[in-house]
Write a protein that binds this ligand. Sequence first.
Ligand code: ZN
Length: 160
Amino acid sequence: MKIEDKHVVTLNYTLTDNEGEVIDQAQDGSFVYLHGAQNIIPGLEKELTDKAVGDKFTVKVAPEDGYGLRDDSRVEEVPREMFPEDQEIEPGMVFHAEGPNGETITVTVLEVSDDSVKIDSNHALAGIELHFDVEVMGIRAAEEVEIEHGHVHGPEGHHH
Ligand code: ZN
């Protein structure tokens, strides 16, 4: 069986940046996704097509095929009232907010003053070249309901 759309794929991977620092990793088959459903970044999904169990490869993904380029307009000052009054806000804190299309966006606090907060809502990995070291651990046909939902169900997937 080879990886194609509507297949559930289990991976081991290590993600590093240009300096070789580990950003993220999944071992012991703890990462599963539905191929062809944009569950993962395009640059990695493309490389996985047609791979088989046991295949190992490395791929360098440009920001355009990863989490996008950094957008300076996403660094902005917002009124302090946008945050709960009793919430302590400090530089470096990360909040999750809902984006214009209902997606989850991560907001990092850069600076705090009495009445405003400078935030950066770029993805933490925007503008970064990503190096994936991947091993394909498993492939199975997706269930109808998984295809319908656009994600994997079961032990390492969604529970609902
Ligand atoms: Zn579901």
